[in-house]
Design a protein around this ligand. Sequence first.
Ligand code: NAP
Length: 277
Amino acid sequence: MTASSLPRVAANGASIPPIGLGTWQLQGDVLAASIQAAADAGYRHFDTAPRYENEAGVGAALRASGLARDEYFLTTKVWHTELTADAFRRSAERSVQVLGVGPVDLLLIHWPNPAVPLAETIGALCQARRDGLARHIGVSNFSASRLDHAVALADEPLVANQCEHHPRLDQSALIAACRRHGIALVGYAPIGSGNLLDDPALATLAARHGKTPAQVVLRWHVQQGTVAIPRSSNPGRVAQNIDIADFALDAADMAAVSALARPDGRIFSPAWVETWE
Ligand code: NAP
C-alpha cells in the first residue's frame, strides 16, 4: 500500500491529497531536502504562505523535484494585513510570480481581519480565481459562523478551511460546519506541533499497530475524511508521516485518540484573534 492509495478529499470540485507537507519555518537547504523527500515518498500536496518567507524556495524545490505540475496540489495564502481588495490582489500575484509554477491550486485567506469588511476580501478572493491566479479558493482560521458568512458572500466555491486540528483539540463542530458546505477541513499542527507524541495512549496504539505515534495521529486524521499537513525538517520523518496506508484504526482506536482532547488544547491563539467559538 502506497501513499497514492490514501483517499483524496473531495470538496466543491477540488480533489485534495489527504496528507500535505507543511513548510512553516523551513528554509534553504532544509526546505529543499524536505520537499524532495516528500516528493520521493509520494506527497502530492504542499503548503506555504508569504508569511513563511519561503515561497521562492518552495517553488524552486518543486521545479527540481521531478514532479510534473499537474501531479501536485500547491496551497498559498494571503496574510491578514493584506485583505483590502488591492492589497489582496498584489499579494496573490506576487505569490504566483515568486513560486514560479503557474497558478496555485488553492489560495486561502490566512487569518480573518475584522477591520476589513469580509465582503471586500471574499470579493477579491473570488476575483483571484476568476483571474486565473488560483484553481481553487478557501479560507483559514475561520470559525463556523464566519465560514457561514464567507460562503454566503462568495460567488465562487470555497473548498477548504485550514484550521488547527489534532487530538488535543476537539474540532468536531467545525468539521461538521465545513461538511455542511462541502468544504474540506485542512488540519494544521496535525501532530500538535510534535508536542503530544509522548502521550502513553498513543504509545500503546503505536506499539499495537507497529507504527509510530505520529503515524497513528495522521491515520486518525485521514480516517475522519479531513486533510493533514504535517511539517518535518527531517527527511526520514517526512517519509514516515505519509507511510500510513498499510494499517487502519478501528472505532475503539479512533475514540481513544479523540479522547485526548482537552479544553486548553489549542496551540495557536495569536493576538489578532478576537475569539474562538
Ligand atoms: P506539526 O506539523 O503538527 O508539527 C511539526 C513538528 O513536529 C516539528 O517540530 C517536527 O520536528 C515534529 N515532527 C514532525 N514529524 C514528526 C514525527 N514523525 N515524529 C516526531 N516529531 C515529528 O506543526 P506545524 O508545523 O505547526 O503545522 C504544520 C503546517 O501547517 C505548517 O508547517 C504550516 O504549513 C501550516 N500551518 C498553518 C497555520 C495557519 O494559520 N493556517 C498555522 C500553523 C501552521 P522535525 O522538523 O524535527 O521533524
